[in-house]
Design a protein around this ligand. Structure first.
Ligand code: GLN
Length: 578
């Protein structure tokens, strides 16, 4: 089957959950046996969200191939289990950079470089995931998909030369789902809308536009209002895009008359007006969408026989477990970003591990900036375990160190992730090894006891964007360690000689300083996960504690609904047996 394209746009307000709807569509099509991928196009100018403060845009998610991306990619992976890549997260900045780099190379010599066609063509190429030149059916002679594109060289933009060009490596996708960030009417998303308009026209039935809007409920009038949806669709139509399917986000049930009204005013078939009511959990959304026939409507629009509705047994079994998980498990999240989305993947990983252990993880944010030696006992009161969060810079680190000391000395299960692991290491140096001034070179480059030091390969790097140690690297686990036991139930063909080889994703510049390794091990903190290529310490643990493990990598990025991460599973299990 030729690849089909689904475009997901949003209107009326932001934060409607386009990412969840896109991930749900992906899940539903996957359940029907189709090969799918989901990609996000963000209209901001940053090359990637790697340099963004989490307060601006929530968590920065990292793909296996080392792209720093929007947190929606986390939803895509958690829902579908697919591995996204750098081709699944595109920004306006990346589009412009690719075009400007080519212009500087002289590839367009003689041409005036313009938003239309050059920027829109670059957007289209990436939406289609095709290598250059841009897709252009011979029968169509749109001026903007001709000469200028055909002359372009193959290849990704120059800042990531180590990665394969678009397309080619993934062949055989049945569906490419493209979510466009922002809200219809934003000035900055106009080129993306124009690209969708052109593709819709060129691809005919091979493309479907799904538009997500909001139907507010006015309490005083006791009425649901469809006018914002009508306006949003008009705006889309004004840009030449007729949505095929409308997903109406609503807090109240919409009756058929209401849906009919929307259908009539928006030129959309009644069966293509789907409602997405608030659900107790985002993981209920795919089955709710299936119940309303969203996937069937998409297939019908494209002209594919709908066939039987898949049972989605594993997913439904998970939902059943989720509904039954009533007992609460209190976990403290020690971090500096007082914002739900800042630690999105960690929260979801804890939720998922909780559900598989038949409990509801109640996550309590503990602001590390407010933690003191005096109040730590009170702050952690009632917590079955804590996660010490990743992060950058000085702010809030002393609170993380105080928390690490308290949980170590009180034997409370503790999971340090990236900076969290580094803080566990520093705490141990200060309070066990006796190096009062121990620190990370990140916080104090002149610290005499730099137990966390800058990685060799990072020393000469001056540019901030995309230059950390990013993506998946191997790690060998020491037999008999708690980390090893946590991973062991997963049969891994790469197991060899009593050691387990795992692969986890990273995002850091600093590392455990191997100079101190023997001292740590002698004093009881063991280095139980090592990257074989660089001899870099990836996991530390104190075996005599119930669960005191720090990971330099980010296990939260690879925890999915059907495959919760073994470290989170093991951590939650220990917290439960308190
Ligand atoms: N700031 C630390 C480093 O760069 C930790 C990074 C993180 O927590 N993601 O090594």
């Amino acid at each position: 089957m030729d690849t089909k394209y689904i475009f997901v746009t949003g209107g009326v307000v932001s934060s409607l959950g386009k990412g969840i709807i896109s991930a749900s569509i992906g899940k539903l099509l996957q359940a029907r046996g189709y090969k799918v991928t989901i990609q996000k196009f963000d209209p901001y100018i940053n090359i990637d969200p790697g340099t963004l403060n989490p307060y601006e845009h929530g968590e920065c998610y990292v793909t296996e191939d080392g792209m720093e991306t929007d947190l929606d990619l986390g939803h895509y992976e958690r829902f579908t289990g697919i591995h996204t890549t750098r081709h699944n997260s595109i920004t306006t900045g990346r589009i412009y950079k690719a075009v400007i780099d080519r212009e500087r190379r002289g590839d367009y010599l003689g041409k005036t470089i313009q938003v239309v066609p050059h920027i829109t063509d670059e957007i289209k190429r990436r939406m289609l995931r095709s290598p250059l030149p841009t897709f252009c059916p011979p029968s169509l002679t749109l001026p903007n998909c001709s000469a200028s594109n055909r002359q372009l060289p193959r290849g990704e933009e120059t800042y990531s030369p180590n990665h394969p060009p678009l397309g080619g490596q993934e062949g055989g996708l049945d569906f490419v789902i493209t979510e466009v960030g922002g809200t219809i009417g934003d000035i900055e998303s106009a080129p993306f809308m124009e690209a969708i308009r052109q593709l819709r026209w060129q691809l005919g039935r091979d493309a479907v536009c799904v538009h997500l809007t909001y139907v507010p409920y006015l309490k005083a009038a006791d009425e649901l209002k469809t006018k914002p949806t009508q306006h949003s669709v008009k705006e889309l139509q004004g840009m030449g895009i007729q949505p095929d399917i409308l997903v109406l986000r609503t807090e109240r049930h919409l009756d058929d008359a209401m849906r009919l009204k929307v259908a009539g005013f928006c030129n959309v078939d009644l069966e293509c007006v789907v409602q997405s009511e608030d659900m107790p959990s985002i993981y209920e959304v795919p089955v709710n969408m299936q119940k309303q026939g969203l996937d069937a409507a998409i297939l019908r629009k494209i002209g594919i026989p709908v066939g039987e509705t898949p049972a989605m047994k594993p997913w439904r079994d998970f939902l059943e477990k989720q509904r039954n998980a009533k007992r609460e498990l209190h976990i403290g999240l020690v971090g500096k970003y007082d914002l739900q989305d800042a630690y999105k993947s960690i929260r979801e990983s804890l939720n998922l591990a909780g559900i598989y252990n038949d409990v509801k993880a109640k996550i309590h944010f503990i602001n590390s900036e407010e933690v003191t030696k005096e109040n730590i006992a009170e702050k952690l009161d009632g917590m079955a375990g804590i996660v010490i969060c990743p992060g950058f810079g000085q702010r809030g680190i002393e609170g993380k160190i105080i928390a690490a000391e308290y949980t170590r000395t009180h034997d409370i299960p503790t999971f340090g992730i990236c900076l969290g692991m580094q803080m566990m290491v520093i705490e141990f140096a200060r309070n066990v090894l006796g190096y009062q001034d121990a620190n990370s070179a990140e916080m104090n480059p002149d610290t005499p006891h730099n137990v966390i030091d800058i990685m060799e390969e990072q020393k000469n790097i001056t540019q901030m964007g995309g230059t950390m140690r990013l993506g998946a690297y191997e790690c060998e686990l020491k037999e008999g360690s708690r980390a090893y036991e946590a991973y062991r139930p997963t049969p891994d063909p790469s197991r060899d000689g009593g050691e387990l080889l795992i692969k986890e994703r990273h995002r850091h510049r600093y590392e455990f300083n191997n100079k101190y390794k023997e001292e740590y091990e002698a004093a009881g903190m063991k280095c139980v996960g090592i990257n074989p290529a660089a001899d870099l310490v990836e996991i530390v643990e104190i075996p005599e504690k119930r669960w005191y493990i720090g990971a330099q990598f980010h296990p939260e990025y690879s925890s999915t609904v059907l495959h919760p991460h073994p470290l989170f599973m093991s951590f939650v299990k220990t917290c439960l047996n308190g």
